[in-house]
Design a protein around this ligand. Structure first.
Ligand SMILES: NC(=O)c1ccc[n+]([C@@H]2O[C@H](COP(=O)([O-])OP(=O)(O)OC[C@H]3O[C@@H](n4cnc5c(N)ncnc54)[C@H](O)[C@@H]3O)[C@@H](O)[C@H]2O)c1
Ligand SMILES: C[N+](C)(C)CC=O
Length: 483
């Protein structure tokens, strides 16, 4: 497959290059080989992208929602038609198994374009009667939105930010992660092929400095970041200085609680999905798995048996279901946490090593007897490392589950109906799961509380974050002035 894009950036409906920008190598995680190179955006490219987005959005905002929505839904259909090609590319970009990318990545991007495309025509204000006078509200676009992506779901993130922004009549400049620059370019190309006016969705490459240049620019009205908490703090502060709207989708260290009455097979399945899908590189993963002491050993035994059946290998092989870390750097970070887990006294019950093969492969890793204050129970690892902690009492485990700076997600496995809902209500987290883990349908709000984020992606809630209301007061009688 051709992995080298036509050019580094996509601006005003065209691929654009500026080789003066710092080269960014794209490394295939499964082999360690270079598969493409792009250039970081120069100040001239940043200017070009923001000028294009600024110039294009008023006409786009003035189009009817039906027309905007039709273009987004056409793009969704095109993504679905090209799912195989896009999934192969996503696998090259991230190293994630094709078995996952064909099922989730481009299709969830298409879901967002279809959902928000359908919603575009329904966006309205309201009428408020005040005696003879009245107020009507107009739901208006914000203007130019900047999207900044993480590397774990490059197509999905490009679409989850782009679809609601465009549906509301905004334009977007999207900067993918420097680790995975390829997929967002395809999204931009497909949107143009679907009929999107030039300049409405632009992609530029770069590291944090390019992201920072976008965030601080006066032409930008809204910033939506998917990334780590430390980056979130910087971006939020910079956006606040310019009084910009923000959405922050940040990291997590989410709890999953398995009660003694849970269906163990389902709970083990949920823990596998919530720790080892995408080789553990998922923001909402339930990496602190609290298992009731009465079933802990049975849980660990079944978990180890099922982990032994993981098919680890060439991510482009459809049978492979566990791939490499996205980069050597990420692999080294995760190995550092595994060392810390052992040094701090956690019991390694599965995996723990780098695999003896090319690429950045780690074994799926499980620690038991983890204590709340251990580093592997407190910090986001963003890799295939599960921490299993014991508990006996519901009130106590709830306190421990919520004792974290993060609040992205949380899950509970139990067959006790009232306990399930009581626990879900008690979680300090934006997205909770009962007898399931990591489902993220476009119809449901997704996002975090506490340090895990601000705002919500997907669902009707996202419309509030990409539009603003204008109130128009209409007086029907004479004006009564005091003098
Ligand atoms: N909540 C969610 O929906 C969600 C989804 C996926 C990933 N994540 C989080 O993302 C993190 C992993 O991704 P990562 O390593 O790419 O994160 P990161 O914070 O290192 O980078 C994220 C993006 O921000 C850019 N950036 C860095 N510094 C910046 C600055 N000062 N100004 C503007 N942009 C800047 C990067 O270039 C990149 O595009 C994890 O913490 C994970 O939990 C969250
Ligand atoms: C949003 N989600 C859970 C699909 C991917 C986060 O890393």
């Amino acid at each position: 497959m051709q992995t080298q894009p036509k050019a580094s950036h996509f601006i005003n409906g065209e691929y654009v290059e500026d080789t003066a920008g710092t080269p960014i190598e794209v490394i295939y995680a499964a082999t360690g080989e270079k598969i493409a190179q792009v250039h970081s955006a120069t100040p001239a490219i940043v200017e070009q992208a923001l000028d294009a987005a600024r110039a294009a959005w008023p006409a786009w905002a003035a189009m009817s929602g039906t027309e905007r929505g039709r273009i987004l839904r056409r793009a969704a259909d095109m993504i679905r038609d090209r799912n195989h090609e896009l999934s192969v590319l996503e696998t090259y970009d991230t190293g994630k198994p094709y078995q996952e990318t064909i099922a989730v990545d481009a299709t969830s991007g298409a879901d967002a374009l279809e959902y928000f495309g359908g919603m575009a025509a329904t966006l309205t204000g309201e009428h408020i009667q005040l005696g003879d006078d009245w107020v009507y509200t107009r739901r208006e676009a914000l203007g130019v939105c900047v999207g900044i992506g993480a590397w774990n779901y490059p197509t999905q993130i490009a679409c989850w930010k782009g679809a609601p922004a465009l549906a509301c009549g905004n334009s977007m400049v999207f900067k993918p992660s420097e680790t995975t620059p390829l997929c967002a370019l395809k999204v931009a190309e497909i949107l143009i092929d679907a009929g999107l006016p030039k300049g409405i969705y632009n992609v530029i490459q770069g590291l944090g400095d390019v992201g920072a240049a976008l965030v601080t620019d006066d032409r930008v009205d809204k910033v939506s970041l998917t990334g780590s908490v430390p980056t979130g703090r910087k971006v939020y502060a910079a956006a606040a200085a310019g009084i910009k709207h923000v959405t922050m989708e940040l990291g997590g260290k989410s709890p999953m609680i398995v009660f003694e009455d849970a269906d163990i097979e389902n709970a083990v399945g949920g823990a596998i999905l919530g720790n080892f899908y995408s080789s553990g590189q998922v923001c909402s993963n339930g990496t602190r798995v609290f298992v009731h002491k009465d079933i802990k050993e049975a849980f660990l035994k079944r978990l180890s048996e099922r982990l032994a059946t993981a098919v680890i290998g060439d991510p482009q092989d459809p049978d492979t279901n566990f791939g490499p870390m996205v980069s050597e750097r990420q692999m080294d970070i995760v190995l550092g946490y595994i060392e810390k887990g052992q040094a701090e006294g956690a019991r390694l019950v599965y995996g723990g090593k780098r695999l003896d093969r090319d690429g950045f492969y780690l074994e799926p890793t499980v620690f038991a007897d983890v204590k709340d204050d251990m580093t592997i129970a407190r910090e986001e690892i963003f890799g295939p490392v599960m921490a299993v902690l014991d508990f006996e009492d519901e009130a106590d485990v709830m306190k421990r589950a919520n004792d974290t700076e993060f609040g992205l997600a949380a899950g509970v496995f139990t067959n006790d109906l009232t306990r399930a809902h009581r626990v879900a209500a008690g979680f300090e987290a934006g997205t909770c799961f009962i007898n399931s883990y990591n489902d993220a349908p476009v119809e449901a709000p997704f996002g975090g509380s506490k340090n895990s984020g601000v705002g919500r992606e997907n669902s009707k809630a996202a419309i509030e974050h990409y539009s603003q209301l204008k109130s128009v007061y209409v007086r029907m009688g004479d004006v009564e002035a005091p003098f």
